[in-house]
Design a protein around this ligand. Sequence first.
Ligand code: NAD
Ligand code: MG
Length: 385
Amino acid sequence: MSKRSISILGATGSVGASTLDLVRRNPEAWRVSALTANCSAQELAVLAREFSAEIAVVSDESCLPELREALAGSGVEAAGGVTALCEAAARPVDVTIAAIVGCAGLAPTMAAIETGGTIALANKEALVSAGDVMTAAIARTGATLLPVDSEHNAIFQCLQGNDVAEVRWITLTASGGPFRTWTAEQLAAATPEQAVAHPNWDMGAKISVDSATMMNKGLEFIEAHHLFPVGLDRLRIVIHPQSVIHSMVEYRDGSTLAQLGPSDMRVPIASCLAWPKRMDTPCTPLDLPAIGELSFFTPDEQLFPATRLAREAARAGGAAPAVLNAANEIAVAAFLAGKIGFTNIAVLVEQALNQEIPPAPATLEDVLAVDRQARHRAAQLLESC
Ligand code: NAD
Ligand code: MG
């Protein structure tokens, strides 16, 4: 069996580590091309050596000397800077894992799409911000986009062999995050440490805060809208605290198909790596009698306004989702830095959406300009928070 080639954008993160764990267990199946990180040069160099990567790239150019030194004599090429990151992402491979966090992953993901290859997308912020620009590039290049996000991977699986025109509802499940049962007073005093302690999933800091505010589900609502061609009025969100059902598709005849699995990202990642086949994973199988009960609730948008904001941005279309995402990135970073309170994250995003929204972006450069401007404005709004 000839080896398949893989690049991992965001190799040092949570999704990157889960992907590399699967690659490590199947060394005869994979040849690693590019591994990238923002700055963690030592960590990246260890991975690049272990997997004999062709190239390791740090997005932050100031970290390149450290990476070069750490890779000296290894035979792994070292590079730094955003242009180098995009060039590495543009090297043709069988599968690219797009696992950078935030809109910073957009340009490299688009570079991978331009190769017309297969992109397994975890980086939901890129699709939320670029929306139609990214889907147009996929249509033009013939690239294949496979969803890594567990909900979208579940929906993708439930749609196989079915006609999307016959879908009545797509139901995104949400754990509700660590603050699901909290009061408004408790939410106002929530700390970053509490917000990143997710009950079911072990993830990077930004997505953990997004799960706590429910903005993760808001971003996923927009992500689903771009991935699956059903109207926004056929997408809904239900709280399911056990995170056993990862999402569901209901068809016109009343049948609902669901995908179940452990809360382990290696399951949806494996589904992308092996697609359209299957591969073994070391994940603990579901023990349904031990789980006992599955429960479902309607989201409380008074306490957690993020899903409403995302739905409104999706309905407005154009640049609104990119503005929502940029403002959220700024607000989450400010919250993690202790500069604003937890509930001010949604307040800041709503204020950003209430400002004048720029014209709909038509190119990658347009999206990046909207993102830059929205970050700048959100940073100004922060001052008054
Ligand atoms: P993480 O913070 O653990 O890792 C992020 C990776 O991106 C790291 O390798 C980091 O070095 C790199 N990075 C950060 N900033 C960068 C920048 N400015 N330029 C280039 N690279 C940069 O994040 P994560 O939890 O692995 O999430 C990655 C993406 O996958 C996010 O979009 C997240 O929403 C999505 N996702 C994550 C999970 C999960 O379980 N962690 C599940 C579903 C979707
Ligand atoms: Mg998800």
